[in-house]
Design a protein. Structure first.
Length: 174
């Protein structure tokens, strides 16, 4: 050892870095959502474009109850999805959601990330995992899943797709 200690990256900091990286392409996709088509849906069983895009914009908000509570009970939860009326509001919601989540993730200790978190509906336990695993699956993976759905909606609406992990047929700039 050289006498200089290096600071280790925490689990939360690693997830925050991932969220910041993924937010770049997600934001670009949300910027392309045409508000004139907010009420469009590809199928009667599908969410509208507004519902899906808003869901993508606010999924990272789930970081807060995951990190600041030990459980979420659907039976007593008062969650109501945000209603956006403009594309600008959609992007602002996303930016705020990501910024708040990144701040929480960057400050949490590893010991707290390993504490158990439970999703329940009254007496029924839906699942229980360490908070780290919940952020990974219920927040980040969930965000990527719905971002993929949003890209299909945009393609069906003939909107040019922005790159996510590489060039799209619409943008070959790499």
């Amino acid at each position: 050892m050289t006498g200089q200690e290096t600071e280790k990256t925490t689990l939360g900091q690693a997830l925050a870095a991932e969220l910041k990286f993924e937010a770049i392409s997600t934001r670009k996709m949300l910027e392309r959502v045409p508000e004139a088509k907010f009420d469009w849906s590809p199928h009667e069983k599908s969410m509208t474009l507004r519902q899906l895009a808003t869901h993508v914009a606010e999924i990272s908000n789930w970081t807060k109850p995951t990190l600041t509570q030990d459980e979420l009970d659907f039976a007593t939860s008062d969650f109501n999805p945000t209603i956006v009326n403009t594309a600008k509001e959609l992007v602002e919601l996303f930016d705020k959601s990501v910024a708040e989540s990144v701040e929480l993730l960057e400050e949490i200790f590893d010991e707290d990330m390993m504490k158990t978190w439970c999703l329940r509906k009254g007496d029924e336990k839906i699942y229980e995992q360490p908070k780290f695993a919940i952020v990974r699956s219920m927040v980040l993976n969930h965000l990527y899943h719905h971002r993929g759905q949003l890209s299909v909606y945009l393609r069906l609406l003939d909107m040019p797709l922005s790159p996510v992990y590489g060039p799209t047929a619409d943008e070959q700039k790499f």
